[in-house]
Design a protein around this ligand. Structure first.
Ligand code: AKG
Ligand code: FE2
Length: 326
């Protein structure tokens, strides 16, 4: 069942810390029962080792994200499991479904509709399997190239209501070409108080026609946790104290300085907050787009002759709320 995903098993049942505690209890009992308990603990420890070897993604998952190994998204999925997935995606920000084979464009769209209406603002590539599927590739005949390469971002920051979820499926897996993710609440919580205080006063001004202003830090509409609305490659300027009589729009040097600061905060301490997903055949990722930033790594653009063909299918679920401070 879905509940026994590898992520939970490893973290909750087989953590070495827990096992160590059990050993201490055993020594103080000094009975036959304690011997059995000791053997049980030993087996748990061995299992822990085995799991660590087989689910190598775990160590890279930092303290967010969840790997799901026991749902087949191409089959009918029960309402209960769908509800659990919808809850989990907010809790863990990224759900990585393994071994899904090839999920058709039609099914990818069906799964996406569990989360709401779709909004498809992208160029419709002729090879796309469905009008709501954005087809991204390292070969322009196969899909759109250079997507997600202008900097860390959330999808749809240029919309009045940015996309709520993004769903990704790699249908042709290259030898390299990770997608990197960063959890935004953790990022905000990791800021020095003075940096956070400055970011709280900033609004991003989108480079698109609407020139929308979104608060850089605001409360996630579902979890109410602080999150970020940003796009390091599609921001014209920042507005300090927007909507007040102190409002001031930044000139490009200051804008660039702020964009660089955000980039450095995301990647500080040797990218300790960043999870770089190395795609494997059959991976399907559901992200809480408002809670996690992402970027296509440089290797995503390497030529087919070097890394093989890369084809990523992505859908986006329409936003329902305008980011707001209140
Ligand atoms: O190609 C990737 O890894 C991600 C591209 C991206 O930013 C997107 O599809 O939204
Ligand atoms: Fe993106």
């Amino acid at each position: 069942m879905y509940e026994t995903s590898t992520y939970e098993l490893k973290e909750q049942m087989y953590s070495p810390v827990q096992v160590g505690r059990k050993v201490l209890v055993v020594n103080s009992l000094g009975s036959e029962l304690s011997y059995l308990f000791f053997m049980f603990t030993l087996i748990m420890l061995i299992l822990d080792r085995i799991l660590q070897n087989s689910y190598f993604h775990f160590d890279d998952m930092k303290t967010y994200g969840k790997i799901v190994t026991d749902v087949n998204l191409s089959d009918a999925v029960s309402d209960d499991v769908i509800e659990k997935i919808k809850k989990d995606v907010h809790e863990h920000v990224l759900l990585i479904f393994k071994n899904q084979g090839i999920v058709s464009g039609e099914r990818h769209v069906e799964i996406s509709k569990w989360f709401g209406d779709l909004e498809s603002t992208f160029y419709k590539h002729p090879r796309s399997p469905h009008p709501d599927v954005f087809r991204v590739s390292n070969n322009e005949e196969e899909g759109c190239t250079n997507v997600g390469r202008t900097g860390w971002h959330i999808d749809g920051s240029f919309m009045t209501e940015p996309f709520r979820f993004s769903l990704y499926h790699m249908v042709a897996v290259p030898k390299s070409g990770d997608t990197a993710f960063v959890p935004l609440t953790k990022l905000i919580e990791s800021l020095q108080p003075d940096v956070r205080a400055r970011w709280e006063r900033l609004y991003m001004v989108s480079d698109r026609r609407l020139k929308l202003k979104h608060p850089l830090i605001y409360s996630h509409p579902v979890t109410k946790k602080p999150t970020l609305c940003f796009h390091l490659g599609m921001t014209d300027a920042f507005a300090w104290d927007a909507g007040t009589d102190k409002e001031r729009i930044t000139e490009w040097p200051e804008t660039k300085h702020i964009l660089t600061e955000i980039h450095q905060e995301i990647e500080k301490n040797n990218r300790e907050l960043v999870y770089s997903h190395k795609w494997e055949q059959g991976d399907f990722i559901i992200s809480d787009n408002l809670a996690v930033g992402h970027e296509a790594t440089p290797e995503t653009q390497l030529p087919v002759s070097q890394v093989g063909l890369r084809i990523l299918h992505r859908t986006t679920v329409k936003g329902t709320e305008k980011p707001s401070k209140s």
